[in-house]
Design a protein around this ligand. Structure first.
Ligand SMILES: Cc1ncc(COP(=O)(O)O)c(C=O)c1O
Length: 425
């Protein structure tokens, strides 16, 4: 930043905005930068830090690629600020089929990934010091976008003891006159929890009692394991204002296309001014990347392809099984088995290592065993005993990761000092 290492300020140095003081994104933070340095020095790192499927050999389905290629010549001008009409029609059809009420292409917005739309949805909503109910752990962009738009995160806990599910009574107890929205992430990143319909009904009732906007990040909606069933929130929230977020990045293995959407459902009279604010913000950035939006149409209209990866024998299924087996064999780890999404969120049992520091563990795992994971505290959980792993490497590599983690945990349990790493020194 602007200060030198001795704490003094370099005259004329550019000072970044103080709004960023509480904003972090450790998924691409200091540990990842350290891993890059180690790689540059010739070390091979097993990376389990980011849900970027193509880096692990997952491919975008050919019908999506084909749609982009065949419409390239139609993608050279700015498009509609809310997104291609044909793509919004396909999203509207999907949302209606799921039971969402008052769905209309005029209430759908396509963005450069769900990431951009999270920011736009909160920017259109928040006044200074308004509060947003967020899960802890959360996907940290939700916290960051709340803070950057002048709001304040209020965290409801989703603890392992409760299967990483929210407690609606706790959610309601956090509500103040400044609370504007309730954010749900289902299926959840980082925990993999899939919320049962009865729980969603109770959360919707809380939102209804306090007139909150429901914001439901459903980007992992079709990534489900075993008998897990996804319940779209918009079907439960009925006439209540609700935004459902989805996209191409995960289910359709197209993170690099940068295409996401949000669909506003519920009684339109309650959200007409808010919808107009969303449109204004969408128009200010002209439009989302037009080229990649063509892929939305086959993604939603052709037969789904993710099931081949999540069903028994599929790569994600087998990777998740390797993680379940690794935790079961471990002397130190415990875990709520993920029902959906691309992650596992194991924790270190207090009976095995009493004072566990997740950041220190992640650093040791990287330095000593060349494995990159994300500490649980990166997801806005205080004093986390968790780490987050992605389910993207090959199952055999995940089995190797557990061997290495177990070695570091054994050394931590024995309180051995950090082992020097010859290749990096
Ligand atoms: C819960 C959640 N929401 C949103 C995003 C961002 O998705 P996109 O690639 O569409 O910007 C991610 C990415 O990992 C995520 O995990």
């Amino acid at each position: 930043m602007a200060s030198k290492t001795d704490g003094s300020i370099t005259p004329g140095a550019i000072v970044p905005s103080s709004h960023l003081a509480e904003v972090r994104y450790e998924i691409r933070g200091a540990l990842t930068r350290r891993a890059r340095d180690m790689e540059a020095a010739g070390q091979e790192i097993i990376k389990l830090n980011i849900g970027n499927l193509s880096r692990y050999g997952f491919e975008t389905p050919p019908n999506l690629r084909g749609a982009i290629a065949s419409h390239l010549h139609e993608s050279e001008g700015y498009g509609h600020e809310q997104g291609l009409e044909m793509a919004r029609d396909a999203i509207a059809a999907q949302q209606r089929a799921r039971g969402a009420r008052h769905v209309d292409p005029e209430r759908i917005f396509i963005g450069n990934g769900v990431s951009e739309l999270i920011d736009i949805s909160l920017r259109a909503l928040l006044q200074s010091d308004d509060e947003v109910l967020l899960p802890s752990p959360d996907y940290p962009l939700w916290s960051a976008a709340t803070i950057l738009n002048g709001g304040r995160p209020r965290y409801y806990r989703c603890t392992a003891a409760n299967g990483h599910l929210p407690d609606p009574d706790e959610v309601e107890a956090l509500i103040t006159p400044r609370t504007r929205a309730l954010v749900l992430i289902n299926p959840n990143n980082p925990t993999g929890a899939v919320y049962p319909p009865a729980l969603l009904e109770r959360l919707v009732a809380v939102a209804a009692r306090h007139r909150l906007l429901l914001l439901c990040d459903e980007i992992y909606d079709q990534i489900l394991y075993d008998d897990a069933v996804f319940q779209p929130l918009a079907a439960v929230s009925a006439e209540l204002p609700c935004i459902s977020f989805g996209g191409l990045s995960k289910v359709h293995r197209a993170c690099g296309y940068r295409v996401g959407w949000m669909s506003l459902s519920g009684d339109p009279r309650l959200t007409s001014a808010y919808r107009d604010a969303l449109q204004l913000l969408a128009a200010l950035r002209l439009c989302a990347n037009v080229t990649a939006q063509w892929a939305v149409i086959p993604a939603l209209q052709d037969a789904p392809t993710i099931g081949g990866l999540t069903a028994p024998g599929g790569r994600l299924h087998d990777a998740r099984q390797a993680v379940i087996d690794g935790v079961a064999r471990s002397d130190y780890l415990d875990m709520v088995i993920p029902g959906g999404a691309l992650y596992a969120f194991p924790h270190i049992r207090a009976s095995r290592i009493a004072s566990f520091d997740d950041n220190a563990f992640a650093l040791r795992l990287l330095e000593e065993e060349s494995v990159l994971v994300v500490p649980g505290s990166s997801f806005n959980v205080a004093a986390s005993r968790h780490i987050r792993l992605t389910l993207l490497p090959q199952p055999a590599q995940l089995r190797e990761v557990f061997v290495r983690m177990e070695r570091v945990l054994a050394r931590m349990a024995d309180k051995l000092p950090l082992r020097p790493v010859a290749a990096v020194a």
